[in-house]
Design a protein around this ligand. Structure first.
Ligand SMILES: *Cc1c(COP(=O)(O)O)cnc(C)c1O
Length: 441
């Protein structure tokens, strides 16, 4: 018998409540705090709270804990690195971990071109650096991003972000010359939702509308795209779409920046989501799953694009030695065992969810790649009206039953468990979701 999920006191229990009260007194009010989970420890796909409740985790700390909680090989690598030196500043000096990780990422990145790698502390720092690099390399200023995109929260990155107006409100003026265009969101597409197949209307409109009426393509430095849109609702573009976007970029000398902060490092069953389409981006961004929870990200650029000169960019902590060790251990695990498991478990989860789709009318669409799966809820399948309240109730009720979930977009359940989940974990999550949908809908 598994010892999780196991609810011993309805969460939040007394120990959790005390910490929540203290947190609420002193932390900045901008934090969201989805539900009162107060973590004491974790192991694999299990998270234990301070009252002894054990949860099955299907959100991985926002798709970060790729190797599960406290994987012994990641913990050993972190301990070993921490015991030697905590910091020296990779922008100014050398150490093996940084050289090794940059070499590793350059070699594992999609496409045949030689790459150069810049290490960051986070996803948003990777976006920020990529905006600078794209402008520097092209000497053009404009940036195109997609509606529903999430690229981070620092001022430049949040300008590209277009998932919630609240993330912009009161913070302007943001970066000038950023243009948003419709994403390949088949289920709600203004061009092809009612057609049998995607007609690439969104890509055509970039040239036929944006480039003829508003913006000269010769001024565009880069198009930023999430190969699978994350925060916007776990949206997988139709096959061939990313290749068409690559061709559009090539026609106009625009750089293609693939933001794989959420969908990269094995999450979709391949090392990078771009690989499903055989596309080589000019710049690839990674973070989240790369360090198994240690803060690290990277800008992986084709050598021909990585033209920034010595001193033009840097980061005091980026590529911290302890984080490099965590990332190297993570990549070892993802390559040797977790990518295969992700593809297998992703198929099982997707198949189970399709059965739930047939059973529960509140499910409008199930979509995903590997262990990055979205379940979009609607009030009515015909009108496709989103059902955000149902999503909220489901996430909270699942927490009470010992399953950690999270939403994305307006009313999509995002399933992004640690890549170590097994058949029993997948079946347990499916059974809990099935039961709750029967109760709630
Ligand atoms: C989370 C996320 C970011 C921002 O990463 P942070 O580490 O939170 O700054 C950027 N892009 C995508 C696709 C993300 O999912």
């Amino acid at each position: 018998m598994r010892d999780y999920p196991r609810i011993v006191v309805p969460p939040p229990g007394p120990a959790a409540q005390a910490i929540v009260r203290r947190d609420e007194e002193w932390t900045a009010p901008c934090y969201i705090k989805e539900y009162p989970l107060v973590v004491a420890r974790g192991l694999g796909p299990m998270v234990e709270d301070v009252d002894g409740n054990r949860f099955l985790d299907f959100m991985a700390g926002i798709a970060v804990c790729s190797t599960g909680y406290s994987h012994p090989r990641v913990v050993a690598a972190v301990k070993d690195a921490a015991g030697r030196f905590l910091h020296i500043c990779g922008s100014d000096f050398y150490y093996e971990g940084m050289a090794a990780l940059c070499e590793r990422l350059a070699k594992v990145a999609p496409g045949p071109s030689r790459k150069r790698v810049f290490l960051t502390n986070s996803g948003t720092e990777a976006t920020e650096g990529a905006i600078k690099l794209a402008r520097y390399a092209t000497r053009r200023t404009a940036i195109i991003a997609f509606r529903g995109a999430f690229h981070g929260r620092t001022t430049g990155a949040v300008t590209l972000t277009s998932s919630k107006a609240r993330q912009h409100a009161g913070f302007g003026p943001l970066l000038p010359d950023v243009h948003h265009v419709p994403f390949a969101y088949r289920y709600r597409c203004q061009f092809c939702a009612d057609q049998d197949a995607c007609n690439r209307g969104c890509i055509a409109s970039i040239e036929q509308e944006l480039f003829t009426r508003h913006l000269d393509p010769g001024d565009v430095a880069a198009i930023f795209v999430e190969p699978v849109q994350g925060e916007g609702g776990y949206i997988v573009p139709p096959a061939g779409w990313l290749r068409d976007l690559r061709e559009l970029c090539d026609r106009h000398g625009i750089l293609l920046v693939a933001d794989e902060v959420q969908c990269g490092v094995g999450r979709t069953g391949r090392m990078w989501a771009c690989e499903h389409e055989g596309v080589e981006p000019d710049i690839l961004l990674t973070a989240k799953g790369l360090g198994s929870g240690m803060p690290i990200g990277a800008i992986v650029a084709r050598e021909s694009v990585s033209t920034w000169e010595s001193g033009s960019h840097g980061s005091t902590y980026g590529g911290n030695p302890v984080c490099c060790a965590a990332a190297l251990a993570t990549l070892d695990l993802v390559e040797s065992e977790l990518m295969g498991n992700t593809a297998r478990m992703g198929e099982r989860l997707l198949a189970g969810l399709r059965k739930l789709e047939a059973k529960h009318a509140c499910i409008g669409e199930v979509r995903g790649l590997g262990l990055m799966i979205g379940v979009e809820f609607v009030k009515d399948r015909r009108t496709r009206e989103p059902a955000p309240d149902l999503l909220k109730s489901l996430v909270l009720a699942a927490f009470q039953r010992g399953l950690l979930l999270l939403g994305a977009g307006k009313s999509t359940l995002r399933l992004a468990p640690p890549l170590v989940v097994d058949e029993q974990d997948v079946d347990t999550a499916l059974a809990i979701i099935d039961g709750l949908l029967s109760e709630l809908d």
